[in-house]
Ligand binder design. Structure first.
Ligand code: ADP
Length: 195
């Protein structure tokens, strides 16, 4: 099953993706994680992305095409995969459709996690406090100002994907404001209906 998780930064896509990985045995393809790994490795691609990510903007569609095209061909993607934050512009959605169709595959379902934006800022503050308490490093883009910028980028550039996937009949909405367990259960029900 090929699943896309949509929702603004902080909506819980990563948390829910990890649950789905465990339950369904398909990998999570998070472009945010892949890009941070590139930065950490000091690669040329990472260097090109760092400043863009730190200010909360999107890296170019061409970079996403480069990293996703290779990744979806890997053996572990054979049974399917979860695109977590990996599709953020209509151009990327068209690219993914094109790449998958070249492999004889297609997106099966798109789950939009619906959330309240103000509540997300509170979640962010809690996440930062928790990370600090654990003595771990806080992400460079996890501060209130950049976070609000990422929300605005989501509204402008990513929200147009909702009508795109609605038009394809693939969009399902799940309330992302509940407890992690409740959101996970609602997602599971959607996925059972698709599989
Ligand atoms: P979040 O969704 O919480 O903002 P991510 O870890 O998914 O966090 O992404 C962090 C940053 O990585 C984004 O703000 C953006 O700069 C970059 N990024 C990740 N995925 C994409 C994508 N598909 N297109 C463009 N930029 C991306």
């Amino acid at each position: 099953m090929i699943l896309i998780l949509l929702g603004p930064p902080g909506a819980g896509k990563g948390t829910q993706a990890k649950r789905i990985v465990e339950e369904r045995g398909i990998p999570q393809l998070s472009t945010g994680d892949m890009l941070r790994a590139s930065i950490a490795s000091g690669s040329e691609l990472g260097n090109r992305c760092k400043a863009i990510m730190d200010r909360g903007d999107l890296v170019s569609d061409a970079i996403i095409e480069e990293i996703i095209t290779e990744r979806v061909k890997a053996d572990d993607c054979g049974k399917g995969f979860i695109l977590d934050g990996a599709v953020r512009t209509v151009g990327q959605a068209e690219m993914i459709d094109r790449v998958l169709s070249g492999l004889g595959r297609q997106v099966d379902v798109v789950i939009e996690l619906t959330v309240d934006e103000d509540e997300l800022v509170n979640r962010l503050k809690a996440r930062v406090a928790e990370t600090k308490a654990k003595g771990e490093e806080v992400r460079a883009d996890d501060n209130e100002e950049t976070f609000r910028k990422r929300q605005a980028v989501y509204r402008d550039q990513t929200a147009p994907l909702i009508p795109y996937y609605e038009g394809q009949g693939k969009l399902r909405r799940v309330d992302g404001m509940g407890e992690i367990e409740d959101v996970a259960r609602a997602i599971s029900e959607v996925l059972d209906g698709v599989a």
